[in-house]
Design a protein around this ligand. Structure first.
Ligand SMILES: C[S@@+](CC[C@H](N)C(=O)[O-])C[C@H]1O[C@@H](n2cnc3c(N)ncnc32)[C@H](O)[C@@H]1O
Length: 298
């Protein structure tokens, strides 16, 4: 093929359309920030403009909205709640990983599981654990993997795990329980491999939780700032790396709601960069990022 022919072929190929980035006005940003605070508890303070422009810009392009005005009308007229779900899906940060903040999983094996075994011998209720901002599932599956490995597959003390998140997108991923090998930072040790199914063919490089691990976790959508549905009582609640996005007042509201769902003597785990200092709550700190409700297990 001559150089001339090449040029003519190129000139006929479609020119990719690159849409200019969307830039919200100060008023539009304030509207999104107010909505995020009131509906989801998220604080989008100054400094978050670029993140909101980029994520909302992508959403608006994908959904074919020409201007923020069009998108705003869509948000206002939607009665299904889907538009708000779509908005929270793009505004939240879902970063998570297996065995994140290992100290909490050590606390499960060193303190909570042994306590539970003793409690069950005295006829106490089975162990229930709640992962209250579970993102794509790595946190609740780490709880299930740790429990099954530590307690053994037949143990009556194996916990049932409730995993909730506000984002439908992350819950969809979580329910599948399928992860690329690189999601397991530091590799997959032999003990962990026996709880996973290895993908083949086009799933080469992927791992899936075995059915018995999948079956330990019940995923549901739940907004932590809304009045909680009746989820029952828990021995342990993980609420990690979500409260950093909330105002102090919202944090206090959420922590008190969660404390009410703990059984006496139950534990609340928060992220290691989160602190309950300055918040009124009924829990006692037992070690960094671990709080306990007063009273003895019933
Ligand atoms: C950074 S991830 C933390 C995941 C996991 N807990 C961890 O520590 O690895 C924060 C999660 O909180 C969820 N989230 C944000 N606002 C929420 C709300 N109001 N109610 C419930 N979940 C919320 C987000 O969708 C996101 O998946």
């Amino acid at each position: 093929m001559s150089g001339m022919e090449q040029r003519s072929t190129l000139s006929e190929s479609p020119i990719p359309v690159i849409s200019p980035p969307i830039e919200l006005t100060a008023k539009e940003f304030a509207f999104v920030a107010t909505l995020a605070r009131e509906e989801f508890g998220l604080e989008l303070g100054t400094g978050k403009e670029q993140l909101v422009n980029s994520r909302l810009g992508n959403l608006m392009r994908q959904r074919g909205f020409k201007s923020f005005g069009d998108y705003y009308r869509h948000l206002q007229s939607d009665r299904t709640g889907d538009a708000l779900v779509e908005l929270i899906d793009v505004l939240t940060t879902n970063h998570t990983s297996f065995f994140r903040e290992q100290a909490h999983f050590d606390f499960l094996t060193q303190r909570i599981f042994p306590e539970q075994i003793l409690a069950e011998q005295k006829g106490h209720a089975p162990l229930r654990i709640w992962s209250a901002a579970s993102s794509t599932g790595e946190e609740p599956y780490t709880i299930a993997l740790t429990a099954r490995e530590y307690l053994g597959p037949q143990s009556p003390s194996l916990p049932s795990i409730l995993a909730t998140d506000i984002s439908t997108r992350v819950l969809e991923t979580a329910r599948k329980g399928m992860y690329k090998a690189d999601r397991f930072q530091g590799g997959i040790p032999p003990w962990l491999k026996k709880h996973l199914l290895r993908g083949e063919g086009r799933w080469d490089g992927w791992y899936r939780m075995r059915p018995e691990i999948l079956g330990m976790v019940d995923f549901r959508r739940l907004n932590l700032i809304e009045p909680l549905p009746d989820v029952g009582r828990f021995t342990v609640i993980f609420c990690r790396n979500v409260m950093i996005y909330f105002s102090r007042a919202t944090q206090e509201h959420v922590v008190n709601n969660l404390a009410a769902c703990l059984e006496p003597g139950g534990y609340l785990f928060v992220g290691h960069s989160e602190s309950l200092t300055g918040i009124e709550h009924p829990l006692q700190q037992v070690q960094p990022a671990i709080y306990r409700k007063r009273g003895a297990k019933k």
